[in-house]
Each structure stands twice: as C-alpha cells, then as structure tokens.
Design a protein around this ligand. Structure first.
Ligand code: PEP
Ligand code: MN
Length: 339
C-alpha cells in the first residue's frame, strides 16, 4: 500500500503516519516527490484493511494499493524518473546519457590507466573494470581482487572518473564498497538474494544486471530486494538474454527499454558488449539503445583486445570507441538528450 500525503503536509503528520505504519508491523519507505511525499508501507498484504484506516489521519490524501508485486521500484509509487547520483557531476536518469566504459577486467596498472585515459578522452563519464570476476569456468582468470580495486582507485585519482566494479558475494561486498562508486551485480548473481540484500544495506549506487533467463518482472523483483533494504539508488542494466539464437552471444532485448520505462522510475543502462559478444555489433546497438531512450551505456573497451584476459572479442579498441562516441552524440541529440 502507499500512503499519499497532501502536498505541504506537516512533518508531524508524516511522523505520525510513519509511527502508525511501524506499529502495524510494516516497513515504511518515504519517497520524496516533486509536489508531495508518498510513504510506502511494505509487508504482508493481508493487512490491507488496517492500512486503509490511515486515510483518516491528518495530512493524508489517500491510501492506495500497489497492484504490481514490486512496490518501491514501481511507477505506481513514483511517477517521476529517479535520478541516481554517482558523483558531483555524474547523475544517471536525467537528460544526460551516461557512458560507462573500460575493460572487462582489470589486468595491470598500465592496462587500466591506459583504458581510463582513452575512454575519458572519448567522452566517457564512468570507468568500468572487474576486479572480482564471476567466470563460467573455475580455470579462467578470476580477477586481481583487492589489487584490482586499488588500481581502479588510482585510475579515478588520475582521471577524476568514478568507477563501477562487480561485487560477487556478500563476504567481499564491504571491501568493494570501500573503493567503488557503483556496485555492479552481474547477470549470474541477479537472483542471489543474500547478495541483493547485502548491497541494499550499503549506501552506494547499484548497477543491477538482468539475468540471462530473467523476465522483466523477475528483474524488477530483484531491484525490489535491494530497495526494500533501504537502498533506492538502483540502476537497471539490460545485457542480453539467452535465446535459441547463436549468431550473437546473447539476444540484446532493446524492447526492455520502453517496457521498463512504463513500469519503473529507475534508470536503464544498456550493455551492448555482453549483449552481442562481438565488437562489430557494439556501435549499432549503442545507437539503437540511445535512440530507444536508454539512460546510459556500459561498453567494454580494451587497449589490446587480442590479448585481453576476458571478453576480448567483444571489446572495442579505443580508436573505435572514439568514433562510436562522436556518432552517438547525434543520436542523443535527436532524442533531446546530451552526452
Ligand atoms: C561484466 O560486466 O564483465 C560481466 C561479467 O557481465 P554480465 O554479468 O552481464 O555477464
Ligand atoms: Mn565482460
């Protein structure tokens, strides 16, 4: 249920509503809107009738049920798009399309610094790079772990770019959060509920990837796990789903953009690198994603993809990324966005 406060309702009225929600055994979540606040009462839906009684409280406009199984992520609760603040000058969900770029994994100091300098020069806003790698094979490169986080921090110091990196388990989440600006939850972990709850308790934005066989509803339920723990800074990321098609690594579901825009207020980022698995297909999918209204892109760029320890075939060389970015500007402008 959501309790819609009257516009300009007094703080003491809101506090009373919060108190009553807690007394009834629900978790209150205040969502600040442009003209009025709404308070979500999250918990067992069997007590709907009791919550309905809050309508009589001072300052309450009305009490309405949320029809979708996801609540805090739903557009029913919040009509305006959410802005997720990454740093003083990087905000996702507004007019500017945010570009995250860098290698799949941090491999060495030289590699991550070269990548950071190159993507920044081309106009990227956020550096990407995995330090903990969730590989399909246990024999593949698993990442530089804390050493990789330190190198990412060095790249941030050098370029001023915040960075996104993956968190693979609850045990190392605090460590990653000490360094990272955005915590990435990978496709393989997108229904690891213990991990989702853990990042929900941290105070860092979360880039949540869609699982390989996840419906849009399941995707939003995963976002709900993070939000219900108190972290509202969730960025959704479509990175391709598994279909019968083998010409591409995954099938990039660009229709997820308008569908999600209809269902949620959370920003949406597209990953055309994992979505296609082939560097030749990355630029066209970047253009299409921005044309369809994506709030950002996450693109793999590597200075020497032939020798990359992971995902070389889908990584752009810096020169190709630069050309893609120049052209992307036109698509952004056509959609009344900036880069
Ligand atoms: C990655 O971003 O390098 C990655 C492993 O992505 P995904 O979880 O989408 O496969
Ligand atoms: Mn990768």
């Amino acid at each position: 249920m959501i309790i819609v406060m009257k516009s300009g309702a007094a703080k003491k009225d809101k506090d009373e509503v919060l108190k009553r929600i807690k007394e009834l055994g629900y978790k209150p979540h205040v969502i600040h809107g442009e003209t009025r606040d709404v308070i979500g009462a999250i918990g067992d839906e069997r007590g709907k009738a009791v919550l309905q009684a809050l309508e009589s409280l001072h300052g309450v406009e009305n009490v309405v049920p949320i029809l979708q199984p996801y609540k805090l992520a739903s557009k029913e609760v919040k009509k305006e798009s959410s802005l997720v603040k990454i740093s003083d000058d990087v905000v996702i969900g507004g007019k500017q399309v945010i570009i995250m770029a860098g290698p799949c994994a941090v491999e060495s100091e030289q590699q991550i610094l070269d990548s950071a300098i190159a993507v920044k020069k081309a106009g990227a806003h956020v550096l990407r790079g995995g330090a903990f790698k969730p590989r399909t094979s246990p024999y593949s490169f698993q990442g530089l772990e804390e050493g990789g986080l330190k190198l990412l921090a060095k790249a941030r110091e050098l370029t001023g770019m915040p960075f996104v990196t993956e968190v693979i388990d609850p045990e190392t989440a605090d460590l990653v959060a000490e360094y990272a600006d955005i915590l990435q939850i990978g496709a393989r972990n997108s229904q690891n509920f213990a991990l989702l709850k853990k990042v929900g308790q941290l105070r860092k934005p979360v880039l949540l990837k869609r699982g390989m066989a996840m419906t849009i509803q399941e995707f939003l339920m995963s976002a709900e796990y993070v939000m219900s723990e108190g972290n509202q800074s969730v960025i959704l990321c479509e990175r391709g789903i598994r279909t019968f098609e083998t010409a591409t690594r995954n099938t990039l579901d660009l229709s997820a953009i308008p569908v999600l825009k209809e269902k949620t207020h959370l920003p949406i980022v597209i990953d055309p690198s994992h979505g296609t698995g082939n560097h030749r297909y990355v630029a066209p999918m970047c253009f299409a994603a921005v044309a369809a209204g994506a709030d950002g892109l996450i693109v793999e760029v590597h200075p020497d993809p032939e020798h990359a320890s992971s995902d070389g075939p889908q990584s752009l060389k810096p020169a190709k990324f630069d050309v893609m970015m120049a052209k992307l500007k036109l698509f952004a402008e056509a959609g009344d966005r900036t880069l």
